[in-house]
Design a protein around this ligand. Structure first.
Ligand code: CP
Ligand code: NVA
Length: 306
């Protein structure tokens, strides 16, 4: 059966740690991996905009000796000119893998159902698992053992929150999602995370109280309005402002690391002071997208290489 990476739940704790370790090796010894995907072509398909994901996959695949074929929002729009099923059937005849950023998670499931080559989720409405891998790679670089830390996410419960929560639960990291009332993470994803946490020993909680960030080692922000949601940022500003990551919150929580998946709206979900401050690992986190994804691609497309 073809292996896909659609939710992040494909990885148990040992597999996730192995992948992070491979990412670290690839980061430190890139030359040893410059033929890891030699002769392989990967289609990267986007139904939504992207900077980090598009560029990190493209350059990352190139550094592994592979070839990336980019389908932009016009040519990668599935279900218009032809169905998701036909995208999968056609692309799989030429390519060795498909990386897809889609509007609806169900499109990834359909791609995976009809693709004979691995499908990787590079963001959907429910998950952003490649982001979470890079986030935990970064936390591992800062703290070593991530099962000994507490991570607090602030803002809208969304795709990024879900993937962070699930990987935290898998790896044994204490995690709290702090969101205004009505903007909590999906109840079903929370339940899945709680089940994983029962095995790993992680504490997984949600709260609407900013005090829940106290004692967190790391604070994490994402946009208050995700791609596809046309609500103006100004319209939700009052609701989310109490959850902004600013210097006062950093001091109050005692956190030593600040993360943001980006794109960031400076002075909204995070202040420039914090984003550019000494505790910010946001650019390291962005760099790690490429290393984490490369580890994933090598594991899926050339497992004998490692
Ligand atoms: N974090 C992230 O996925 O960024 P892009 O939307 O720019 O790819
Ligand atoms: N939650 C954001 C993440 C962007 C990387 C979105 O879906 O737009």
């Amino acid at each position: 059966m073809t292996s896909h990476f659609l939710t992040g739940l494909e990885l148990n704790k040992a597999q996730a740690l192995k992948l992070l370790s491979l990412a670290q090796t690839i980061k430190q010894q890139p030359k040893e991996f410059n033929q890891a995907l030699a002769g392989q072509s990967i289609v990267t398909l986007f139904e939504k905009p992207s900077l980090r994901t598009r560029v990190s996959f493209d350059i990352g695949i190139n550094r592994l000796g592979g070839h990336a074929v980019y389908l932009d929002q016009q040519n990668g729009a599935m279900g218009g000119r032809e169905s998701v099923k036909d995208f999968a059937l056609n692309i799989a005849t030429w390519a060795d893998g498909i990386v897809a950023r889609v509007n609806a998670h169900s499109s990834l499931q359909t791609l995976a159902e009809f693709s004979s080559v691995p499908v990787v989720n590079s963001l959907c409405d429910l998950y952003h698992p490649c982001q979470a891998l890079a986030d935990f790679l970064t936390l591992q670089e800062v703290y070593g053992d991530v099962s000994k830390i507490k991570l607090a996410y602030l803002g809208e419960g969304n795709n990024v929150t879900h993937s962070l929560m699930l990987l935290a639960a898998t790896l044994g990291t204490d995690f709290v999602a702090i969101s205004p009332k009505g903007a909590s993470p999906d109840a079903q994803v929370l339940k899945q995370a709680e089940q994983l946490a029962a095995e790993s020993g992680a504490s997984i909680t949600v709260s609407d109280d900013i005090e829940a960030a106290t004692g967190a080692d790391a604070l994490y922000a994402d946009t208050w309005v995700s791609m596809g949601d046309t609500t103006p940022l100004e319209q939700v500003k009052a609701k989310y402002m109490p959850y902004q990551i600013n210097q006062q919150l950093v001091e109050q929580s005692g956190a030593s690391t600040i993360l943001h998946c980006q794109p960031a709206h400076r002075e909204y979900e995070i202040t420039s002071e914090v984003m550019d401050g000494a505790n910010s690992k946001i650019i390291q986190q962005a760099e790690n997208r490429m290393h984490a994804q490369n580890a994933l691609l090598v594991s899926l497309l050339n497992p004998n290489y490692v």
